[in-house]
Design a protein around this ligand. Structure first.
Ligand code: NAD
Length: 303
């Protein structure tokens, strides 16, 4: 088997490099009476969501960030959940609110994301956070998109003028990635389900981001030699022996053969996404502290 380790963009290592600064900032906020605290909201049973929550809780604990995981029954109504979020918005002890996906079909995820106060929007999903990206003003950006672009920045590629293709144009991943890259000076093409010839675009790119949810969609013959591949896809695939594993959207072996850099799945974008969420939590707590100070002339919250 070919060894591609020299081409790997190791998300665990990149995340570890972010952790120290986040932990220091969280400690500094605690010392001035403003401990960082996240509240995660999950509705109904979901194995993938349970896995994300365990991961987030583990990293939060490591960084000195309090993490409360709340689970509500499948029957919880949209109005009830909105009320819960509004309560958290008003609680000065809560720095950020995470709405775990999927939500049951009777609750619109966008409505809930909109209910979170922009200062507590640690996932960067509120329309105001998404809008900030268009203005190239990165307060709390959507974690996965920010993480994917941060990973590209660890390569030797210069973003100014770089030809980049983003495959997938979802509101929370593909589109924000495109805006972040444009903000950094890249020339960006966005491909999606209706793109006529994906390979024509991807072969011209110095970097390819893929966020579709189709394992093996991007293959080595669709790449320019030396290009960077940032694989955001998370897919459960069943191997011929019946075992289930997680795979990205890129066919790893054929892409790694041609690419100059490639993210593994798992261990690529995922860990950097969680680190970005924690960095947003610290930013959120700082924003709230400043706002509190302006309104009440007090630096410590009144409990
Ligand atoms: P989505 O379903 O909202 O959007 C999929 C996008 O892919 C759409 O823009 C669609 O037009 C495009 N598409 C579909 N078929 C295509 C094709 N044949 N060719 C080109 N484009 C095609 O998905 P999403 O929420 O953006 O998630 C995409 C993937 O990223 C999923 O696998 C998801 O699990 C994963 N994801 C990963 C993270 C992370 O932290 N790593 C976070 C969010 C989502």
């Amino acid at each position: 088997m070919t060894d591609f380790s020299h081409k790997l963009l190791d998300g665990r290592k990149i995340a570890a490099g972010m952790h120290d600064a986040i932990a220091n900032d969280a400690q500094a906020l605690k010392e001035v009476g403003w401990p960082v605290r996240l509240v995660s909201i999950a509705v109904g049973e979901s194995e993938p969501a349970a896995l994300y929550i365990r991961n987030q809780a583990r990293v939060a604990e490591k960084l000195g960030i309090a993490f409360e995981d709340r689970f509500y029954p499948e029957t919880t109504g949209a109005d009830e959940l909105t009320g819960i979020i509004q309560g958290l918005n008003l609680d000065p002890r809560v720095s950020g609110v995470i709405i775990q996906r999927p939500l049951p079909a009777h609750i619109q995820v966008r409505t809930m994301q909109r209910a979170v106060h922009p200062f507590k929007d640690v996932e960067g999903m509120h329309p105001s956070s998404i809008g900030d990206i268009v203005y190239n003003d990165l307060v709390m950006g959507p974690c996965t998109a920010v993480a994917a672009v941060e990973i590209l920045k660890t390569t030797a590629l210069q973003l100014e003028g770089l030809e980049v293709v983003v495959i997938g144009h979802s509101d929370i991943v593909g589109k924000p990635i495109a805006f972040l890259l444009m903000g950094a000076g890249a020339t960006v093409s966005v491909c999606h389900a209706l793109t006529r010839n994906l390979a024509v675009h991807s072969r011209a790119a110095d970097a390819v981001f893929v966020a579709v949810g189709k394992p093996g969609l991007l293959t080595g013959n669709m790449l320019k030699p030396g290009a960077a591949v940032i694989d955001i896809g998370i897919n459960q695939v069943t191997a011929p022996d019946g075992s289930v594993k997680v795979a990205g959207d890129a066919d790893f072996d054929s892409c790694a053969e041609v690419a100059g850099w490639i993210t593994p799945v798992p261990g690529g974008v995922g860990p950097v996404t969680v680190a970005t969420l924690m960095r947003n939590a610290v930013k959120a707590a700082s924003l709230q502290r400043s706002a509190y100070e302006r309104h009440f002339g007090a630096t410590e919250m009144v409990r």
